[in-house]
Write a protein that binds this ligand. Structure first.
Ligand SMILES: [Fe+2]
Length: 143
């Protein structure tokens, strides 16, 4: 039997994968000893811009509407993920602001960036689980 990938699941996986390039850039910069404040600040700003674009996709035509159309009872879960988007934008704005003001070697900046990335991964994982569970019974053999 050929397993069909649901387009919503596939689109979310691709959207998450698109973010990973800039996430890797930021992580490399945190590890690098010759990183500069300007470089890290620029990478964090790119991450912020890509993140805003990413959540806009998810909220407007991405997985959220598709999940609610199929399973309206999951509205609370979707609302929670929506609230996380807003909170994560605010948190990332704070990190970008800090990166401009704090020395790049500062452990607190490094800790904030790492914490944000960990939160993002948890958030992505919840989204992946939601769409996979919502569309897991779609086998492409409807009607
Ligand atoms: Fe999201």
């Amino acid at each position: 039997m050929i397993e069909q990938i649901n387009p919503v699941v596939d689109a979310l996986a691709r959207a998450h994968a698109e973010l990973h390039g800039v996430v890797q850039d930021v992580e490399q910069m945190l590890k690098s000893s010759d990183r500069s404040r300007a470089d890290l600040g620029a990478a964090l700003q790119r991450l912020r811009d890509d993140w805003v674009e990413h959540v806009h996709f998810e909220e407007q035509g991405g997985y959220m509407e598709a999940v609610l159309a199929k399973k309206p009872n999951l509205e609370r879960t979707v609302r929670h993920l929506l609230a996380e988007h807003a909170a994560m934008i605010r948190a990332l704005d704070d990190v970008v602001r800090d990166a401009k003001a704090i020395a790049v070697e500062d452990a607190s900046l490094r800790g904030k960036v790492s914490a944000w990335l960990a939160t993002m991964r948890q958030h992505e994982s919840k989204e992946n689980t939601l769409v996979e569970e919502t569309f897991s019974l779609d086998t492409g053999v409807e009607d």
